[in-house]
Ligand binder design. Sequence first.
Ligand code: NAP
Length: 289
Amino acid sequence: MTTIPTVTLSNGVEMPQLGFGVFQVPDLKECEEAVSNALKVGYRLIDTAAAYQNEKAVGQAIAKSDIKREEIFVTSKLWVSDFTYERAKAGIETSLNKLGMDYIDLYLLHQPYGDVIGAWKALEEAYHEGKIRSIGVSNFYPDQLKNLELSVSVKPVLNQIEVNPWFQQDDDVAFIQQEGMRVEAWAPFAEGKHQIFSNEVLTTIGAKYGKTSGQVILRWLLQRDITVIPKTVRRERMVENMDVFNFELTSKDIRAIAELNKNESQFFDHRDPVAIEQIFGSSLVQLRS
Ligand code: NAP
């Protein structure tokens, strides 16, 4: 079984370099089974979120496994509807209860909107109380990250952002890393968009090493010092997606992948007012209730 190497976050906490994401697995039985299989094949980092509505299934799969809790790294995220100090405090407790755990390894503010500073204060408190071992953010652009850093006392250890061959994010990745934070890539496969798994450049590179396009993508991210959390519900793909620590891309391979950059999000621009309204809009209803 592949052992996944770890990295040390800026607060000294160790985190696996590669993990398992469970976005878009709302069926709790399917999610529990996927997480159980992921743990069996060797994953030790599970990435969930309040918004995915499957924290309970993640917690159950972990509880039923024969792996010690401290050997598993659990990430969850607070949704925008809980971005006030008071609501965030309650949101953290809800995540802990659903997961059935007395601590979460990494807890993120899922989006850069609303009362981010108020919510962050609640994360800081839970961090000091030992309920959360590390705190970070997701989808923050450099200016938003800098604003947060300058407004709070505990700096985020990590920013989880979209990075894949179509949206390579060189400048943002460099900025986050310069700030001493870890970059974690969501949608490393761009959820399969533009036939990423049969892309000729990626499959040709992979053929040299006996690897698939997906494995080339994950290796490319790891070589950029980025943590990856691919999602799959299929056991054979779980094994495939972990088998990326036994080959090395050359600088020529990396230059060829750089050419694939479309330089735009494959999902939505987090600065687009319409997208913000869509994300925030549904949350406002809850905030005002
Ligand atoms: P992704 O990992 O880029 O792609 C997942 C898709 O690829 C699924 O359709 C999966 O299908 C397929 N797939 C996986 N491995 C494959 C392989 N080896 N060969 C062929 N197809 C394969 O997309 P994602 O789930 O959006 O992103 C990964 C994780 O990042 C999420 O699960 C979540 O934890 C996190 N995320 C965070 C945010 C955020 O805002 N912070 C946003 C999106 C995602 P099957 O399942 O059928 O195999």
